[in-house]
Structure formats: C-alpha cells, structure tokens
Design a protein around this ligand. Structure first.
Ligand SMILES: [Zn+2]
Length: 255
C-alpha cells in the first residue's frame, strides 16, 4: 500500500520525502522505509526522522524516560536520522486525545532538544497553541534552526521564528478560504524559511478523499503560490532547496 502511494507521489512530482515518527514503535518502520528507498527513478527517496510526539508522551514520566533513553541508544549506536521528530507541544484544550500535562510535554521536549543538540540534528516540531512557550525553549537551548511543521501560529510569531533561522512548513489548512491567520503567516514567511508538506496521513485537504497522501503536495504548493503571488514552480523550488538545507541533504545530480 505504502509502495503504491510512493509511486503515486513520484508521478505527482514528489522526489524526496521526510517521514517523521510519532513514538518508538514507529522508528523501525520509518527506518526500513528509508533503507528501501535508494533509487529515485520510480519512487521518492525517503528520509527518516525519529522522535516522541506530544501524542505519544504518556502520563507516567518513567515510561517517557524509557522512550527517551531508547532514542539516545539508537543515536549512540551510530544511527543518523535526518532529524529528531516529531516532538513538540500541544496545549489545545477539549481535545478527544488525552494529552499529557503541559509540564510533562515540556520536559520530554526539553530532553529531545538536548539530544538533537548533542548529535547536531535539526528538530521537527509539532506546536499547537504553544508557540510562545516553544520559542522561549528554542531560544533558551540555543537550538539550531528547526522545522515548525504544519505551522498554525500567528504571522508575528512566524517572523520571530524565521529571524531565529527556523523553517515554517505549511500544510493543507492553508487551502481553506477562511484560514486568514494561516494565510497571513504564509505571506510574511521569508523565502528562505518556507517549506510545504502534506503531513499525510493526517490533515487531508478538505476536498480530497482521506487518508491524506504525499501525492497531494502539488495542491498545497498551488495554494501557497497563490497566497504569495508566485508560480507553483517557484514554491516547489524554494521548498526543495530549503528542505535540503534544513535537513542537510546533499545535492545529487541524479535526482
Ligand atoms: Zn504534527
């Protein structure tokens, strides 16, 4: 199934994918997918990111510590993911998800920022209703430029993150007509900080049959291009170049 979708993504023009994990139970699958995808002729190259998402942060600190220790073990054994992630903060209220208390999320993110810094890796950040707190944590850590995935904060915060060197990645919500706050953030994001993503299988475009899939990326590129008053090709080229810089992926003439 995954393979079919990768080929479908390739046909849609997607050449490289970063797949972020949610919990330690995903790490092997992400790494296996990455290991299998060495030839970009028929399917995109897949790069794996390993992390502990706020949804996977439990209420029991000892269990979280066990996952953090497992992450450090993997890296200590010489594994080199392209990033630590997803990790982050989700402070939304009234969610059907039972999110761990804010301070435990902060503690687990703090540990992952330290791991990322120790291994000189960028971080893929999930952030919902916590952008001020996240900014302060990144600044306090002296964190290297990070990727704010599916950015949902204000235009003002987008500029602050971009000034720090962070990347703002936009997903399907920018396609909604009434997403004024997101549209403003898309418009003010500097060219060198702009990324696009599908976040598949989540955040499916409203008019597409779920689950979300990588082949929907050109539609997000089109929405961002129209908001920024430039061509889809320009957005694709900027996002590609920025992603390669963010994840430190070497340029390969064959791709
Ligand atoms: Zn996320």
């Amino acid at each position: 199934m995954r393979r079919i979708r990768l080929r479908e993504a390739h046909r849609a023009g997607v050449r490289e994918i970063v797949t972020a994990s949610v919990a330690s139970t995903d790490w092997d699958a992400a790494l296996a997918l990455s290991a299998r995808s060495k030839n970009a002729q028929r399917a995109p190259i897949v790069y794996a990111a390993l992390g502990l998402h706020p949804y996977a942060v439990g209420f029991e600190p000892r269990e979280n510590d066990a996952q953090l220790a497992a992450l450090e073990d993997r890296l200590a054994q010489g594994l080199r993911p392209v990033a630590i992630g997803e990790c982050g903060l989700d402070f939304r209220k009234g969610s059907t998800m039972r999110l761990a208390p804010a301070e435990e999320q902060v503690r687990v993110l703090d540990a992952q920022l330290s791991i990322a810094r120790a291994y000189d890796l960028p971080v893929i950040l999930h952030c919902v209703r916590a952008h001020g707190r996240l900014f302060d944590m990144l600044a306090a850590h002296g964190q290297a430029p990070s990727i704010l995935h599916a950015y949902s904060g204000s235009a003002e915060m987008a500029q602050r993150f971009a000034t720090r060197g962070d990347y703002l990645s936009f997903a399907a919500p920018v396609m909604l007509n009434d997403a004024k706050r997101q549209h403003e953030a898309v418009r003010v994001t500097p060219e060198a900080a702009l990324l696009i993503e599908t976040d598949s299988p989540d955040q499916c475009p409203a008019h597409c049959p779920p689950p979300n899939r990588p082949s929907y990326l050109p539609q997000i590129a089109a929405a961002v291009a129209s908001l920024r008053g430039c061509s889809v090709e320009t957005i694709a080229a900027q996002s590609r170049a920025n992603a390669r810089r963010a994840y430190r992926i070497e340029e390969d003439a064959d791709r």
